[in-house]
Write a new protein. Structure first.
Length: 199
């Protein structure tokens, strides 16, 4: 059960960066019995061929769309709702697969999955806002690629070694927060420069 909670926690954090990729990896892992991943009976649909195909298409669209100006902002707005929902589904499905009562699993999904996803999504959004202000959006595609890689790595880590998820999350939050602070400091220094030179 503890490993299932950690798995759900890691996948939830991953959805905060990319909505569909963690669900795709979870679905594939359950479908092909990777790392002993099992989903609750009510979530058998998540490991079906159709679900995997839909998640694959959605992942491709999100990964590409997040590199396009304006589209990335739209995806972030939609993600404010979609990502916590995806996290709740992921957490609830793995907990019911670990024989946790469906009602308790759903509550845990709402209490663990949704806030974790929303928190990482908020940090991601803060990074994007700071990046847009400092680079006029030019660095956003690079940042988006880094976010995709982190989401992929964290999802794989959660599936195969969920015990290290808390450490990985602590490092990830620290890294994102550090990036946001540095970009804001640089932006503040640039803004202060013209003010000092003004008569």
């Amino acid at each position: 059960m503890i490993l299932a909670v950690l798995l759900g926690l890691g996948l939830s954090a991953s959805t905060g960066l990319n909505t569909f990729l963690p669900l795709l990896l979870l679905s594939a892992a359950a479908r092909f019995h990777v790392a002993g991943i099992a989903l609750g009976q009510k979530f058998d649909w998540l490991s079906s061929d159709i679900a995997i195909l839909v998640l694959l298409v959605a992942t491709i669209i999100e990964v590409i769309g997040d590199k396009i100006p304006a589209v990335d902002h739209f995806l972030d707005v939609v993600g404010t709702i979609a990502r916590p929902i995806a996290a709740t589904v992921a957490t609830t499905s793995v907990l019911t697969g670990a024989h946790v009562h469906p009602a308790m699993a759903a509550v845990a999904g709402l209490m663990i999955g949704a806030p974790t996803s929303f928190g990482l999504h908020s940090l991601k959004a803060g990074t994007r806002v700071a990046s847009s202000a400092a680079t006029f959006g030019c660095a956003n595609p690079v940042i988006s690629t880094i976010e995709d890689v982190i989401s992929l790595g964290l999802s794989v880590l959660s599936i195969f070694t969920p015990i290290v998820v808390p450490i990985a999350l602590a490092l990830l939050v620290w890294m994102l927060w550090t990036v946001v602070k540095r970009i804001r400091r640089r932006d503040a220094a640039v803004s202060a420069g013209p003010a000092r030179s003004a008569p």
